[in-house]
Design a protein. Structure first.
Length: 130
């Protein structure tokens, strides 16, 4: 039984689509935390710890994987304790939803600005990618 995507789901898909490449779970949580806290994008997740982590966000990501909007890639990690690191990538089905952009236009603009700021900071110091 398919369920409709809510606005949070669509914001996540738009973020992944704008970012344009697979992103680690830790980085995705951090990105959404920063968008919510610094840019006031309406995600409304509760984050704990450092690096920030949200159980509700993680559950939402897992449901979106099950429904085929995003997929999980397992990449070899830097050491034995992190042998595999999971990354999220948007699927074609997810890109179709992201292309509709049927959420608050201000949030879309904030997400695009955030991704562009990240790209500019990575161009200056690519060692921070991860």
């Amino acid at each position: 039984m398919p369920t409709r995507l809510d606005a949070k789901d669509k914001r996540i898909l738009i973020l992944l689509n704008e970012y344009g490449k697979p992103v680690s779970r830790q980085k995705l949580h951090r990105m959404i935390y920063e968008l919510q806290k610094e840019k006031n994008v309406k995600f409304n997740f509760t984050f704990y710890g450092s690096p920030p982590f949200s159980v509700k966000l993680q559950n939402k990501l897992e449901k979106m994987v099950e429904r085929g909007y995003i997929r999980v890639l397992y990449l070899v990690g830097p050491g034995f304790l992190r042998l595999y690191t999971d990354y999220y990538a948007i699927t074609e089905k997810g890109k179709q939803i992201a292309a509709k952009k049927d959420i608050d236009k201000k949030d879309i603009k904030k997400i695009k600005e955030y991704v562009n700021e990240m790209r500019q900071s990575l161009a200056v110091s690519p060692a921070q990618e991860g």
